[in-house]
Design a protein around this ligand. Structure first.
Ligand code: ZN
Ligand code: ZN
Length: 309
């Protein structure tokens, strides 16, 4: 089943699971504890927002399952080029809170400036969140540079603030029970997320099953082929290796054909939202190892022009 629905855990269980994982990481790699302290603050804000959204009304998008099935069959993710209504009033204070957490976590002035720009309306939060949902890096970068703000940090703040909402939409839209959509999702064999089009942050391998995990909406899907997720190359240029001989449970898939890499880790279970970012931080040494060998994660794919093609 290529698209894998993951039930949301209850907040208390999620917190306990997160703390267990953070303690284990800190015990093994104490140098990561400042990064984990920051992640703890960010995830608390994201989790609270997810709970608020869970209690509220997730809007029904007018995306008929048959229309989505046809779109997926063309390789276009469900949300690409769709107008997605966003609860801007609910998301804005969270974005400002995220800036405060980032400021106290070392990004200091750069994060403060972004928080102020959102608070004063210098950045229009609705436009920012929409650009994030449509994965429009150019719009966010241009807007940030124009205001003298850190483009990477603006991207991160928007992504974190919008992620619980996009995650809820992903579950609502793709998790439904519909034959045509179900068949299109079973046939999905692309390296990018069928919901939002982002690349995976990591592959979580549970009992030998490699599941790609979306870096934005935490969507989960399996491929029918074992190949490079970026260029689909499956020959000798595609290699899976463990940089640390003693930790064969943590690997990188590298592709000499396109220069891309993907982190892959064995896990007891697929991380529920928003715990996937812990898998990401847990494997930062794999990013370093891959980048030292000249591999990189490619830019997001652009689906903005592909509606109706
Ligand atoms: Zn996604
Ligand atoms: Zn490749």
């Amino acid at each position: 089943m290529p698209y894998v629905p993951i039930s949301p855990g209850n907040p208390a269980d999620l917190r306990a699971a997160a703390e267990r994982r953070w303690s284990a990481i800190c015990a093994e790699r104490p140098e990561l504890s400042p990064a984990i302290d920051l992640q703890r603050q960010l995830l608390a804000l994201v989790s609270d927002l997810a709970s608020t959204l869970e209690q509220g009304r997730v809007p029904r998008l007018s995306l008929p399952p048959k229309y989505l099935a046809a779109k997926l069959a063309r390789g276009v993710p469900a949300f690409a080029a769709e107008p997605i209504p966003l609860p801007v009033q609910v998301l804005t204070p969270v974005a400002i809170g995220l800036c405060r957490a980032l400021a106290s976590g070392g990004a200091a002035e750069a994060a403060d400036h972004i928080g102020q720009a959102i608070e004063t309306g210098s950045i229009d939060p609705g436009s920012l969140f929409s650009a994030s949902v449509s994965r429009n890096q150019t719009a966010i970068r241009t807007g940030a540079v124009h205001r003298g703000l850190s483009a990477d940090l603006v991207w991160l703040v928007a992504e974190l603030a919008v992620s619980p909402y996009v995650h809820a939409l992903q579950r609502r839209v793709l998790g439904g029970d519909h034959d045509a959509l179900g068949a299109a999702l079973r046939a999905w064999n692309r390296g990018y997320c069928p919901a939002c089009g982002s690349w995976p942050a990591v592959a979580e391998v549970v009992a030998g099953r490699r599941t790609l995990r979306c870096s934005f909406c935490s969507g989960a899907w399996e491929l029918q082929t074992y190949a490079c997720i970026y260029c689909e190359h499956a020959g000798d240029e595609f290699v899976t290796a463990a940089p640390n001989e003693e930790r064969k449970d943590r690997r990188v898939e590298v592709c000499r054909a396109c220069g891309g890499y993907l982190k892959s880790m064995d896990a007891a279970e697929l991380s529920p939202f928003p715990l996937l970012s812990i898998s990401d931080i847990e494997t930062t040494d794999l990013d370093v190892a891959a980048m030292e060998h000249g591999y990189a994660r490619p830019a997001l794919r652009d689906f903005s022009q592909r509606k109706g093609t």
